[in-house]
Design a protein around this ligand. Structure first.
Ligand code: MLT
Length: 409
């Protein structure tokens, strides 16, 4: 008799974004004449930039010729890409990360979930609330939690509420977590953490021998000076942090798939006898067993984002999305919404009016304005009463969506 992984039965609902997709499809089927504008899932809309497309084509052409054809590549990623990431994203910014601490993968969503596999089931995980749902769901799937309580919290997870009152930056927990998920610029609230705030977390992790799983997927959207782009800008972080970065939002790779996980040489975790082990070695073992790397043309395309031309082109696309966010902030503020984020991130986090619940607001915006956003409560109980708009839409759609929301009853 085949037995299931019963941890899956603890999961509360379907994964958030397919659930939204299901409701939107139902609406479209019932209202085929309506033009629905999607600002829900953070999926990019602008095409790959010319330098990336050129490199992608070149990669395919190389695969088409006997003399340059490539079979399996290195599971950790091709050296040319690992070196380009280490140099451009870290070393040129004064951060000491080397190419062999970089693992190229097919996405930060996969890596932030898969990484849990190399840590024992008895680890206590701390996550923010609200939060990118992948962290909580994969923690449940990996067997590190109990059941879900009526308040929406799973037993065994340390939840750290991020509210307007604390500026959406969690307070240090009173319990000692073993693994701590942090994401800045933040998804979903669009807010950022200063160096001083991150320093508190690094010091806390050092003191508790915990590891910070730092999701920096949106770092390219930081516009304000002094905001850290990497956890490794903080002294001591290499001893206690893994960083996830992605080409998805930075360079339009949501459909192309390429990301980076950084595991410093000195990062260790412990066995039950207290003996330390290299986390990088364990992850390398996991990846070489279960992953055969990202395709060569995709890695070539990703490397092109670091060429002079590529950097300029990618920066223009990011500026376009940030301009969308700015317009959204202005329109929503003008009509009386309290708005957060959208300055250093592609997400605008809005408080609903008249204490409407997140899902009621979702239904209203969908039914009356035919605009899709993401209900804040889908990111966790503390997101109740909030709503997230993604700035990744076309400009024309952003303007139209804001106009329609202005006219909501
Ligand atoms: C989001 O909308 O929160 C993200 O785009 C989803 C993802 O990156 O998987």
């Amino acid at each position: 008799m085949a037995l299931i992984n019963e941890n899956y039965l603890k999961l509360q609902a379907g994964y958030l974004f397919p659930e939204i997709g299901r409701r939107v499809n139902e609406f479209i089927e019932a209202n085929p004449d309506k033009k629905v504008i999607k600002m829900g899932i953070g999926d990019v809309t602008q095409p790959l930039v010319p330098s990336v497309v050129k490199a992608f084509h070149e990669g395919v052409d190389e695969m088409a010729k006997g003399e340059s054809f490539k079979g399996y590549g290195p599971e950790q990623g091709y050296a040319f890409l690992r070196e380009a990431i280490a140099k451009n994203s870290y070393q040129d910014k004064g951060i000491d990360i080397s190419a062999d601490e970089i693992f190229v993968s097919d996405g930060s969503k996969c890596d932030t979930g898969n990484i849990q596999e190399i840590f024992g089931d008895d680890n206590k995980i701390a996550i923010c609330d609200p939060v990118y749902p992948v962290y909580a769901d994969t923690t449940v799937m990996s067997g590190k939690t109990g059941v879900c309580q009526s308040n929406g919290y799973y037993d065994g997870i340390i939840y750290m509420p991020c509210t307007e009152a604390n500026g959406f930056i969690p307070e240090l927990p009173t319990e000692s977590p073993d693994l701590i998920f942090l994401c800045y610029p933040n998804n979903p609230t669009g807010t950022v953490a200063s160096k001083e705030e991150l320093k508190k977390w690094v010091d806390f992790a050092i003191e508790n021998k915990s590891i910070i799983l730092y999701d920096a997927a949106y770092e390219a959207f930081i516009t304000e000076d002094g905001i850290p782009h990497s956890i490794y800008e903080i002294e001591g972080a290499k001893k206690v942090a893994i960083e996830f970065r992605s080409f998805s939002k930075t360079a339009g790779f949501t459909g192309t798939r390429c990301a980076t996980t950084v595991i410093p040489e000195e990062l260790v975790a412990y066995d039950t006898e207290g003996k330390s082990h290299s986390v990088k070695t364990l992850w390398n073992r996991r990846q070489s067993t279960k992953f055969n790397g990202v395709s060569y043309p995709v890695q070539k395309a990703a490397a092109a984002t670091y060429s002079e031309e590529g950097k300029k082109e990618v920066a223009e696309v990011i500026a376009y999305y940030l301009e969308n966010a700015k317009m959204m902030r202005a329109s929503l503020t003008e009509i009386g919404y309290t708005v957060f984020g959208g300055v250093n991130a592609p997400y605008v986090w809005v408080k609903t009016k008249n204490n409407a619940s997140s899902w009621d607001f979702f239904d209203k915006v969908l039914n009356e304005a035919n605009v899709v956003g993401t209900p804040g409560s889908g990111f966790g109980p503390a997101g109740e009463g909030y709503f997230r708009f993604s700035a990744f839409a076309d400009r024309e759609n952003v303007l139209e969506a804001m106009e329609r929301i202005k006219n909501l009853s």
